[in-house]
Ligand binder design. Structure first.
Ligand code: PRX
Length: 652
């Protein structure tokens, strides 16, 4: 959507002077600090690193090389620290009684506040419990959790003893969970009996049981089960109730002194090919980068109440519900429910109830609210709000202005933060001290980030331009590798353009040097802000005996941003039917999860292919998006009539 907006015509929104003057940095200070971060990165980051508490301060700042055969990323490598200590212990003296986590359950009657002191104690107990199960430094622990405080507690408990957590979003299916458990090599899984969202119960423990019946997951020795609902669950020898193992433990668990480059967590995300990749983030750089972005981008000050409405199963939840805010001693709100339950005014009611000053959410959530009309916000005043944030997908102008005008009462600037699982934290974003922002633009690089645009031939584009978005030098929050597959890491991110990190996104830079993200240029879908690989969905479909071939593309969807459009060629002798359509949808939900539910299935007698047999996805995307004028040259196709056939029989 942003492509058509030229910078001259772009709407500009001045930031309220009160908000600007309160901000940590004004625009001139941003430019000065940015310049310094590029010209003297070591000096800059050495200074910034002092905002963390180190056991041993780092002497060496960065040693990183980007290359298709030899990527090596290291930050603060001779420093030692502990992420949980930074998020908890160091705040005890100054803010032990301040709320660290405010939890708001699915049912508005369920809330819980944990002070830093209480959270510290619970994390200590959980860490001791993990040790009692044999978990130690360098091990991985899989978390398949609802949005309850125990999710954050377990993450921090792992961090405390030097184990890596691998959080798997609770909406993934047993098969998807099994693959991640197996790849990460976890011997312990932490889950809950059920999760609750919008009044509905989701059987997490049953899903774990099913996942652990799959081949390759035999390494799991213990499953810890949080009692969330009291719903009935089956019980195996390996299962233990979380409270039975944790509650009796001592609060005190020493925080391990860990190297800055030791692993903090693995998080799986989808790519354009193959299975999801386990991106590995390390302790020092990630913690510094997330805490710093959290402070500057959301202008976090002591006493603010901050709410990131993501799930801890995604990178947004890792960086901006747990690590960034807690490292800053912030009060972070954790919401278990959905925006539409029990009423469509829930978001505003949560804001009023807890006096939320900063709200960070996704364009999809805003569009879902918008669909119900402005009156849904009448049940709240939202007077406490100061800053809004958006993440996960491009925000269209309608959603931007609704978010700004209706949710933020026209007073609060929107920080449109562009970043990725791989980047650890915000990369391109406005700051609250800027004099104005442009709706739809992620604007400027954060400190130390060097974005550039390349064309497909590898030329670096200057000035106003559109191209492939790359980052030319390492930044502390960057993922270091793909778990057990460094070669894939190098091939995925550093082979497209030698010497730079390839993001997979396209972007435009306007005459002011502001960036506008135009979306993925690879075969990755962004459905409701959830990242899905077309290859994963295709391999689920072709596993069905009725399917000969399948191609998956995205198309514009009013609420989800992108919907999932599938072309299916059936095996010889199979006839299409409504029943089969349903079966295929069920199959994808079973293999990946409800977030990958196909929107449209088109029966395709043939797919457009080049003479060498390559599927022309560009054409399929155009047909799915109803952009029939821009089909381009189809004469190179092995059989051009296939395209006419597909156009004629579109299901809409
Ligand atoms: O395409 C970009 C889109 O989300 C992708 C990253 O997805 P994931 O790793 O799941 O992380 C999502 C949360 C950080 C990016 O490659 N994306 C993310 N933020 C924006 C965005 N697209 C446009 N504008 C954004 N602000």
């Amino acid at each position: 959507m942003t492509e058509s907006v030229s910078s001259a015509k772009a709407q500009r929104y001045p930031i309220d002077p009160d908000i600007r003057s309160r901000a940590w940095l004004d625009e001139a200070q941003y430019h000065e600090m940015y310049q310094r971060s590029i010209e003297d990165p070591d000096g800059f980051w050495r200074e910034q690193a002092k905002t963390l508490a180190w056991f041993r301060e780092p002497e060496t700042i960065s040693r990183s090389t980007f290359s298709a055969n030899g990527t090596d990323i290291r930050w603060f490598e001779d420093g030692t620290l502990n992420a949980a200590w930074n998020c908890l212990d160091r705040h005890l003296e100054t803010r032990g009684d301040q709320p660290a986590i405010i939890w708001e359950g699915d049912d508005p009657a369920d809330t819980l506040t944990l002070s830093f002191r209480e959270l510290h104690a619970r994390v200590g107990q959980c860490a001791n419990a993990l040790k009692s199960l044999g978990v130690s430094r360098g091990d991985t622990v899989t978390l398949y959790m609802p949005m309850v405080p125990e999710a954050a507690i377990a993450m921090l408990a792992c961090a405390r003893i030097g184990a890596l957590h691998s959080v798997v979003f609770g909406g993934f299916s047993p098969d998807a969970l099994a693959g991640r458990v197996q790849d990460s090599g976890s011997r312990v899984v932490i889950t809950a009996d059920e999760s609750v969202r919008g009044g509905k119960h989701i059987p997490l423990k049953d899903n774990v049981d099913e996942a652990l019946s799959r081949e390759g997951t035999e390494i799991v020795e213990h499953v810890l089960v949080v009692r969330r609902t009291g719903g009935e669950v089956a019980w195996h020898d390996r299962d233990r109730w979380y409270h039975e193992v944790v509650d009796g433990q001592s609060d005190e668990c020493p925080a391990e002194e860990l190297g800055a480059e030791e692993g903090l967590f693995i998080l799986y995300t989808s790519g354009s090919t193959g299975k999801p990749k386990g991106l590995k983030h390390t302790i020092g750089g990630y913690l510094l980068y997330t805490s710093m972005t959290h402070r500057y981008v959301f202008d976090y000050h002591d006493g603010d109440v901050y709410w990131c409405a993501a799930d801890v199963g995604w990178i947004t939840g890792h960086s901006y519900i747990v690590y960034g805010p807690l490292a800053n001693g912030a009060t972070t709100l954790m919401f278990e429910g959905v925006p539409s339950y029990p009423t469509h005014g829930r978001i505003g009611e949560v804001i009023d109830r807890h006096g939320v000053n900063i709200l960070y959410t996704s364009p999809t959530a805003v569009r879902a609210l918008m669909a119900h009309g402005e009156h849904i916000m009448d049940s709240s005043s939202r007077d406490s709000l100061r800053i809004l944030g958006s993440v996960g997908e491009p925000i269209n102008p309608e959603a931007w202005s609704w978010f700004h005008r209706v949710v933020g009462n026209g007073r609060c600037p929107i920080m449109d933060t562009w970043w990725q699982t791989e980047t650890g934290g915000h990369m391109i974003t406005p700051l609250p001290g800027f004099s104005e922002i442009k709706p739809g633009s992620a604007m400027k690089p954060f400190f130390g980030v060097q974005p550039a645009l390349y064309d497909n031939e590898g030329n670096r584009l200057e000035g106003e331009a559109s191209g492939n978005l790359v980052i030319e030098a390492s930044w502390p929050g960057q993922a270091r590798t793909i778990w057990h597959n460094h070669e894939r890491f190098e091939q995925t991110y550093f082979a497209m353009h030698e010497g730079v990190y390839f993001t997979g996104d396209g972007a435009r830079r306007d005459a002011d040097g502001d960036y506008w993200i135009t979306g993925r240029i690879d075969d990755v879908l962004n459905v409701s802000g959830h990242r899905l690989g077309t290859a994963e969905i295709e391999s689920s479909l072709v596993a069905h005996e009725a399917v000969a071939e399948a191609a998956v593309v995205g198309y514009p969807h009013d609420v989800k941003g992108q919907g999932i459009y599938i072309y299916v060629t059936l095996a010889d002798g199979v006839t299409p039917s409504e029943e089969l359509r349903k079966e295929l949808i069920t199959q994808v939900r079973h293999d990946i999860g409800p977030i990958a539910t196909p929107d449209i299935i088109q029966w395709a007698p043939g797919l457009p292919k080049t003479r060498s047999g390559k599927i022309m996805r560009r054409i399929l995307r155009k047909i799915a998006s109803n952009e029939l004028d821009g089909l381009g040259d189809t004469s190179t196709l092995a059989d051009p009539t296939v395209v006419e056939e597909l156009i004629e029989h579109r299901p809409r």
